[in-house]
Each structure stands twice: as C-alpha cells, then as structure tokens.
Design a protein around this ligand. Structure first.
Ligand code: CAA
Length: 574
C-alpha cells in the first residue's frame, strides 16, 4: 500500500516551482513553498495568484475554492519550515551546485523518511541522490510547463531508489490528476530527449536561413498539429533551461545534434531567456506575458505575394505512377473558381539512342496540350519522383509560354527539375503537408525567381492554404523536423529505455502532441519514414540522422504500420 502524502514542500518558486505548488494545493495537500528571499517569494505568490485568478475568470475554478487553494500554501523564506514535510520537490534553477546545496539542507532538516524529489530536467538524479545521506529516498519528479496544465509526470527512479518510494510518488502523481511514467535515469529522460533534439534542429534551420522563425512555428503547428511551434515553445521553457538540457544531453550522447545551437547560447548570454525576461526568439509585451509584439526582426511570414504574376488558368500534369499527387490541390483550385486543364504524361520505354549518350525516355501525353500551353501556372505531380520526371519538365519548358510558373509538387528536391525545364527561374516547389490543405510549403531553389515563388504564394492564399517559405533542402521544414524526432523515438525503443506506450504518453501528455511518435510512425508508414530519413541522412551525412536499424529491420520484415496490419503495434483489420 503506498503511503498517502499530505504535507509537502516546494523549494524554488520560479515558473515550475510555483506551478507545482499550485498543483499540490489544488489536489488538497498542505504546501510549504520556499524561496531564498522576499522578492522571490513574492514572485512565486504572484504566479500562483495569476494562474488561479485566470482559472476563476475562465469559470474553471470557484472563487471560494481559489481562496481554499491559496490558504493551503504557506509562502516562506525559511527552509526550516519544511521540517514536517513528508515529501519535498526541489525546483531551483538547473545548476548542479544549487540543487545539491538544497538537497543537503533538506537532508539535514527533514525526518529520515521524507522523500526528496527533484524536478531536474536534465541532471542525473543518481548523482544528485548520492550527495545526500538518503539516496534511496531521492527520486525525480519531473513536471512539464505549465505544470497545472500538462498531465505528465516523469517519475525517475535510480538504481538506489527504494521501490516503496517509487510507489508512493506514483500514487501521489495519480492523486494530483497526473499520469506518472516511471523511467530510469538518462539525460533528458523520455520527453526532453525527444523534444530537445527537434528544438535544437529548428534553431539551426532558422539560423541557416532555410526558413523564418514564424514560418517554422506555423509549419509545425499546422503541418503536425503541435500546440506551439518550436520558437514559441523555447520561449515558454526558457532559453537558459534549453541550453542546460541540451548541454547535458550532448555530454551523455556526444551527438552533435544535441550540442546547443550557437544562437541559443548567444540568446542565453544576452539574457534573452524567453517569456520570463520578456524577450527571447520573440519579444513579449512584458516579462512573463504570452503576448507577442512585433520586433525589428519580424519579417512578413511566408514571404510576400508582391510581384506575383496573374494566374487566370491552371494546368495540372499527373504522370503515370504518381497521378494522384496533385488531386487535393486540383480540387482546391477548381473550388476556387480557376479553370483547370488536366493532362497525364506517360513515361514509356526509352527510345533507341539516336547517337552517342543516353537514350531519351519516350514521353506521351493524354489531354488537351494546346490548353495546357496557355496556362499561367502548371502543377506537376512529382510526388513519387518517377524516373524520367525531368523529361516532363523539359517538355513543359518548351510547351508552355515563358513566364508560366512550373510547380513541382511533392517532397523531392526542386533544383534538378528546375534545371531540366530549361527555364529554371520559373520552377517552384510546393509541398502540402498535414492532414488538409491548411499548410503549403513554398520552396525556392537557388535559381527560383522571387516573382515565381510569389505567384505560388498568391495561389495558396486563393486556395485558403497558409504558405510558408523555405529553401530547397531535404524535407523542407516539416519533414526535416518531424522525421528525425520519429527516428529518435525508434532509437529509444531500440535501446530499451522506454516502450511505445510510455513514449507516446510522454509526448502527448507532456508536450500536448496530438499523437505520440510511435503511433504516428504506424499511421504514416514505417517505409515512408525510412525513405524520408534516408533522404535527410543522404543530404547531411550527419551520423545522428542515420535511420535507426530497428526501423530498417521492421521495413525489411514488411511491418509497415497500419497499412500492413503490423508496425510497432498490431492493427487488426476492422
Ligand atoms: N498556468 C496555468 N494554466 C495555464 C497556463 C499557465 N501558465 N497557460 C495556459 N493555462 C491554461 C489556461 O488557463 C487554459 O485552461 P482552461 O482550458 O481550463 O481555460 C488552458 O491552459 C489552455 O490555455 P490557453 O487557451 O490560454 O492557450 P492554449 O490553448 O494555446 O494552451 C498551452 C496553452 C497549454 C501552453 C499549449 O500551447 C501547450 O500545450 N503547449 C505545449 C507546452 C509544452 O510542450 N510543454 C512542455 C515543455 S517541456 C518541459 O516543460 C520540460 C522541461 O524540463 C523543460
């Protein structure tokens, strides 16, 4: 039977500590909330006042209940006031010497059976535990920001944690209305280990100029259904915390992808720590505010449609082998009232070579080519990248009028098709990501004319799709950030650190993702994920992006996910 813990303490009343104190008090526990001086205690109290005040104004909390919640928290600067606590969570800043100092003090002050929990996001719980005289009673209790909202608590057990302590903390987390996931002591635990590689990658993408800050945030919200984009989330978490977490992960993994991106360390050095200081990747109306105000760096999200060429009619070219790639787009263009001319290009057997050099693919068309020649913009299905798609672009380059925008839809690189067309500046990539037409990645190759890209953006606006601008890099924005995260989840399973259910729970309950990574892999198809990851690895040669061997093996075994009835999980036919 787990022990029922009713008298608890929290040390450190920053965003996390104050949030944890609120969670305890809302669940009816008696809380002693401690920080170093009166100013810090006042900020902690204001945080709880603000959060519970918001809950009352939204009708989520009765004013009388709010008073009861507040009365259950005793704010103090005296650590000795924790002498009667049955469990104390330390949530002081993420610096080892600070945390060990607090834990040693608690070790002196609290009775021997008091559980000492750390909310560290990245430090080794084992190393913290052994600095106390009671390592068996030290445990990780990792909450997620905002603590009152996010349902996950990672319960981190070390090799010396007493089983009864794990049981008590698991029961407590459940009583708080949270979902505990019990895991071992590894840098980043489950959620941060999967989250921070992705966040760091997003920063590197922005820093390289491949896509803008707002565009990356929009792409991940609309393309993957995430509650926040990576930069908004980094600002919420705190840039200093992000640097600490990544540093620890890098020290443990030696994976360059975990080395904090220079932009992060510079923002941290400049004190631009995110919402808490009023400025991070974005500028906020005030410290701790969520309201973003435009700053000097704010570009027009998605790029402008300035200079767009008029589009009065649209051609659609499907090619045998990937005829469906443009279906959704075509329907949307028709729904927007634009006349559409459809043709199919058949890529047949190569014609015999007429001289030295390669044989040319024999290209045949069905459909009104003369109408296609008059279109202002032609959407070409290049999704599956059939062999010879370059020949389609070469033919279109000759058939259509100069200035006609040739749009390569799909995931592949744009520049090779641009070159094949003979009119490289008129070729633009377009990738519709996500479950509907809400997000369109508009891809400029190194030779794309700004007006051609602007024409595609203007078309997206007519179709109601939100355009983001990005460079011609493998995976554009969404795939480049999504698939390595999925691959990392496979590596975690492979390393037997956590199972599919715990990983999916961590990301949905800790970070508000609509679907966990393992479930998403089964939905997308393991073969699709493997192919995407191979493209990313081929472009970067980054060892950390190499496809996980387990992913390759499952694909080889034909376990491709829901489509084949079996992937990481079984999917019985309904
Ligand atoms: N404190 C208390 N409650 C809050 C809150 C806060 N700081 N922020 C939002 N809420 C509540 C709101 O009151 C609201 O509650 P009701 O529905 O009961 O009215 C609810 O959350 C939704 O809030 P909003 O409507 O204002 O905003 P939203 O729908 O955009 O949600 C969000 C905001 C919950 C933060 C959401 O964007 C989200 O889930 N983001 C992802 C957060 C995330 O990934 N957290 C994990 C970060 S990693 C970490 O923390 C670990 C680490 O070690 C660094």
């Amino acid at each position: 039977m787990p022990r029922e813990l009713n008298e608890v303490g929290v040390v450190g009343l920053g965003t996390m500590g104050a949030g944890i104190a609120e969670v305890f008090a809302r669940a009816g526990l008696s809380v002693t909330a401690v920080d170093v001086d009166d100013a810090a205690v006042r900020r902690g109290r204001e945080h709880v006042d603000g959060s519970t005040g918001r809950a009352v104004s939204r009708g989520r909390l009765d004013p009388a209940d709010r008073d009861a919640v507040l009365s259950r928290i005793r704010f103090t600067t005296g650590m000795d006031d924790l002498a009667a606590a049955e469990l104390v969570v330390e949530a002081v800043p993420e610096r080892r010497e600070l945390k060990t100092g607090v834990l040693s003090a608690l070790d002196r002050i609290c009775p021997p059976d008091t559980i000492l929990a750390t909310n560290t996001s990245s430090l080794s719980v084992t190393e913290l535990a052994v600095t106390t005289g009671r390592p068996g009673a030290v445990i990780g209790m990792h909450f997620f920001n905002p603590a009152p909202v996010m349902k996950l608590v990672e319960v981190v057990r070390t090799v010396v944690t007493e089983p009864s302590v794990v049981e008590d903390v698991e029961a407590l987390a459940t009583r708080l209305g949270k979902v505990p996931v019990v895991i071992g002591d590894r840098a980043g635990f489950v959620a941060n280990a999967l989250l921070f590689g992705y966040l760091n990658h997003a920063v590197a993408m922005y820093d390289s100029g491949s896509a803008g800050r707002e565009d990356i945030d929009t792409a991940m919200r609309l393309g993957c259904g995430l509650p926040m984009g990576p930069f908004a989330l980094l600002d919420l978490i705190g840039i200093d915390t992000a640097v600490e977490v990544l540093d620890t992960m890098y020290r443990q993994s030696s994976d360059r992808l975990h080395a904090p991106s220079p932009l992060l360390t510079q923002l941290a050095a400049a004190g631009m720590l995110g919402r808490k200081t009023g400025r991070g990747f974005y500028t906020y109306a005030a410290p701790h505010s969520a309201e973003v105000v435009p700053d000097a760096q704010t570009p027009a999200p998605g790029g402008t449609a300035e200079g767009a060429r008029p589009v009065r009619s649209v051609g659609v070219v499907g090619s045998a082998g990937c005829a469906s790639g443009t279906d959704r787009l075509t329907a949307a263009v028709e729904a927007a009232g634009l006349p559409v001319t459809s043709v199919i290009a058949f890529l047949g057997e190569p014609a015999p070579p007429s001289g030295p050099g390669d044989a040319e693919l024999r290209l045949r068309w069905t459909g009104p080519l003369e109408d296609l020649a008059q279109a202002d913009l032609v959407l070409v299905s290049a999704d599956a990248r059939p062999e010879g798609i370059g020949a389609v672009f070469a033919a279109l380059g000759e058939l259509t009028r100069p200035g006609t925008v040739l749009v390569a839809t799909g995931r592949g690189p744009v520049v090779d098709l641009a070159v094949a067309s003979g009119r490289p500046s008129d070729v633009v990539g377009l990738h519709v990501a996500g479950p509907d037409l809400r997000l369109a990645e508009v891809v400029s190759s190194v030779v794309t004319a700004p007006e051609a890209a602007a024409t595609v953006r203007a078309l997206c606006a007519r179709l109601g799709a939100h355009a983001v601008a990005c460079a011609d890099r493998a995976g554009f924005v969404v795939d480049a950030l999504l698939f390595p995260y999925l691959n990392d989840a496979v590596r975690m399973i492979e390393a037997r650190y956590a199972g599919a259910d715990d990983i999916d729970a961590a990301m949905t309950l800790g970070c508000g993702y609509p679907t966990g990574p393992v479930a998403l892999l089964d939905e997308i198809g393991l073969d699709v994920a493997l192919a995407a990851q191979q493209r990313l690895y081929a472009e970067s040669r980054e060892p950390g992006l190499a496809p996980a061997p387990l992913l390759q093996q499952l694909v080889t075994a034909g376990h491709l996910g829901r489509r084949t009835g079996r992937g990481f999980r079984d999917h019985p036919a309904r």
